[in-house]
Design a protein around this ligand. Structure first.
Ligand code: NAP
Length: 321
């Protein structure tokens, strides 16, 4: 049979790249399929302070660049080809992409998660016109402007701190009166003079013709509705929602067992309910979604994939691609 990879990895964030490093080092013929850009969510992060052993002041892109180099040096092949559908019914797994169809003896799903939307009126229409989900990419546009960050978790508070590099004022809008973010991150934010907090508040609507012009808030305790309009001299301001993430698992619905939020259910060996199909990183049900846990998942998944195909296919029977 032609062109059958030992392992196809779907996704090239830290989980997929780590799986690629371990699998190709174990001499599995490994294909890593990427969507549009390599690296996943971490490439939108300017500072990664808690990845153990990294060089001084690592950024998301710098960590990803080193992972890519390692995977390629061990022989992993990378292709940009978005996955459209999969057929996992046979012993050989089929992955249908926009440009080509690929066959693998095993598959690791590492497609991660994407930012969740607030779900208010105007959010979709004004994305890219003042509404942004990436502070590293778009923070600079708001130099000396005002910015609203929506959410109260680690991402919202960390990105609010980051945005103070550019914006003259950052208001964190949170739906409760207490942040969810880690205490160490909260402390930094409370000390930052450019950051203010709007508690017990949700966003009802973001308004503007071609650019964000105003935002409508609702106080959850009093029910009061207020509209904040851009200062006349500014004409606009930034809105950065960081209200969590949702798994990129829609193509696996009805194929693989998911939980009620759409995350792939695995055991601790990263095995899904389908033989030879593993899931690693943010797409799977887990407690802690971090670069280090994604990388760890990738390593475990690759070792398990290796064991799986070694059991099913003696090495001499395998076709090298
Ligand atoms: P998260 O922890 O799920 O927090 C989401 C925040 O958004 C919560 O404060 C939540 O409010 C709020 N929220 C959710 N839906 C909302 C809506 N529709 N409207 C308004 N607010 C809404 O998400 P995250 O901050 O993106 O973090 C995701 C994971 O990555 C976490 O495990 C986090 O620890 C990790 N992370 C870690 C670091 C780090 O260690 N440096 C950095 C970034 C992320 P409630 O609090 O009321 O639920």
């Amino acid at each position: 049979m032609e062109n059958i990879y030992d392992l196809i990895i779907i996704g090239a964030g830290p989980a997929g790249l780590s799986a690629g490093i371990y699998a190709s080092r174990a001499k599995l013929s490994t294909l890593i399929l990427e969507k549009d850009k390599t690296g996943g969510q971490i490439v939108t992060t300017d500072e990664v302070a808690n990845y153990p052993g990294s060089v001084e002041n690592p950024t998301g892109p710098s960590i990803v660049a080193r992972m890519v180099k390692q995977a390629e040096e061990f022989g992993a092949l990378r292709k940009k080809d978005p996955v459209l559908e999969v057929d996992f019914t046979g012993k050989i797994k089929i992955v249908r992409c926009k440009k080509n169809e690929y066959q693998g003896r095993s598959v690791i799903i590492a497609s991660g998660a994407k930012p969740r939307r607030i779900g208010c009126q105007g959010e979709v229409e004004l994305t890219g016109k003042g509404v942004s989900y990436c502070a590293t990419c778009d923070g600079d546009f708001f130099t000396d402007f005002e910015v609203f960050v929506i959410g109260g978790g680690d991402s919202a508070v960390e990105e609010a701190i980051y945005l103070t590099k550019y914006a003259r004022k950052v208001t964190v809008v949170h739906r409760r009166d207490e942040l969810r973010a880690a205490k160490s991150i909260q402390e930094k934010a409370f000390k930052n003079k450019k950051i203010e907090f709007l508690w017990d508040t949700t966003v009802e609507e973001i308004k503007g013709k071609d650019i964000v012009e105003s935002i409508v808030f609702k106080n959850k305790k009093t029910g009061e509705i207020t509209e904040y309009k851009a200062q006349e001299e500014d004409g606009t301001f930034g809105v950065f929602p960081f209200v969590g993430y949702e798994p990129m698992s829609h193509i696996y619905k009805d194929i693989i067992q998911l939980d009620e939020k759409g995350y792939i259910i695995t055991d601790e060996k990263m095995r899904t309910n389908i033989d030879g199909v593993f899931a690693v990183g943010d797409i799977r049900v887990k407690d802690l979604r971090q670069v280090i846990t994604a990388a760890a998942d990738g390593a475990i998944g690759a070792v398990q994939a290796e064991k799986y195909i070694d059991n099913l296919y003696p090495i001499l029977e395998r076709e090298v691609v």
